[in-house]
Design a protein. Structure first.
Length: 228
């Protein structure tokens, strides 16, 4: 295996600990409307398109569940926490980005969240400089687990899918990468991927530190092969 020409990062649950944060704030908002959010129910919505999440939430809480209203209130609370410096970057992400920068490997973000929010979070966290581009959920018609957003990123930078690398935390994102023929490394967040999906990844890592170590070992191996 060669080093990737492009590393595509998911955002929520991968770069930032926002899945846990959003879950907590969503639970608080739902309580004011008389609903109770369970961790199991929230996990079912991770990594899927907004329309699919709305349909799923209404299946679980009834057709009268005010998805748009509750989601907007929750997003507002999360955005305020982010603006107040409450974004938590996942372990090893900064170090991984610095390693990729040193290796001159391009990075971009492909998230189901709106591009404006993704961009804002990157700027607030001081890591926008590491990414050549940001792809939000509105940039494609089909969201994960369809591979469209990852393939769009590859096409934008003229990188063949097999020469890119996706970093994902959710099963939907992992499946999207695999469906698109893109190598993927999983860094699970709130839910471990199924054994079947995990077996198809290059690596299922506990954090981004392990991803950096994996790519560093690959770098050393390639250098040694070139010298032999």
């Amino acid at each position: 295996m060669n080093l990737p020409e492009l590393v595509i990062f998911d955002m929520d649950g991968l770069i930032f600990d926002t899945e846990e944060l959003f879950s907590q704030e969503l639970g608080k908002v739902m309580e004011t409307y008389g609903y109770r959010l369970t961790r199991e129910n929230y996990v079912r919505t991770i990594g899927i398109a907004r329309n699919d999440a709305e349909r799923l939430m209404q299946e679980m809480y009834g057709k009268d569940y005010p998805f748009a209203e509750i989601s907007a209130l929750t997003r507002g609370r999360v955005n305020k926490i982010a603006a107040d410096g409450g974004l938590v970057i996942k372990p090893g992400i900064k170090e991984l980005l610095q390693f990729l920068e040193k290796q001159k490997i391009a990075c971009c973000v492909a998230s189901s969240s709106p591009q404006a929010i993704v961009t804002e979070y990157m700027v607030l966290a001081g890591i926008r400089k590491y990414f050549i581009g940001i792809f939000g959920g509105e940039s494609v018609k089909r969201s994960k687990p369809a591979p469209d957003i990852f393939l769009a990123a590859c096409a934008a930078y003229q990188v063949p899918p097999q020469k890119a690398l996706v970093l994902e935390d959710s099963e939907a994102g992992i499946l999207a990468a695999l469906t698109g023929g893109i190598p993927v490394i999983a860094i699970p967040d709130m839910k471990q991927p199924s054994q079947e999906l995990a077996a198809q990844t290059l690596l299922t890592a506990p954090d981004a530190y392990e991803v950096a170590k994996f790519l560093n070992r690959l770098t050393i191996s390639i250098a040694e092969q070139a010298q032999s």
